[in-house]
Design a protein. Structure first.
Length: 138
């Protein structure tokens, strides 16, 4: 099997796992794009996700960012888990908005991977920026 065949198989297996994942199904997070070291996911916000100030709860914004992070970092041929996640909330999302999170792995190391994540709303407005690190499970 060639390297590109292995990569395609790894991505297909990860996509299948994500589609069956209970939390992403519960929150209705959709995996839109997946490539080695990159993922794009979307999630529609719901009225139940609102805070008393009328904004989407920060934990929900973090969920969509974390899903992109997990997909991108696990797309590189080895299972990994987060060891650190840092998020900066830039703006609130609108009522019943759609959030899009994109993650790019900026460094794949032997022991630590580093990634950057952005979350935008349906009009492209920046909602949050995040970064995170993962370690391989094997």
């Amino acid at each position: 099997m060639s390297a590109s065949d292995n990569e395609a198989q790894t991505l297909a297996e990860l996509r299948a796992k994500v589609e069956k994942e209970p939390i992403s199904r519960f929150l209705d997070i959709k995996l839109v794009e997946l490539a080695t070291g990159y993922a794009k996911v979307t999630m529609k916000t719901r009225p139940e996700y609102r805070t008393f100030n009328g904004f989407t709860f920060g934990g929900i914004v973090m969920c969509v960012a974390d899903q992109a992070f997990a997909c991108a970092t696990n797309s590189m041929g080895r299972a990994s888990v987060a060891t650190q996640f840092n998020i900066h909330f830039i703006a609130g999302s609108d009522q019943e908005d759609e959030l899009t999170a994109e993650c790019r792995v900026i460094r794949k190391g032997r022991r630590v991977d580093i990634a950057e994540i952005t979350v935008n709303n349906r009009t492209g407005k920046l909602i949050a920026k995040a970064s995170g690190t993962t370690i391989p499970l094997t």
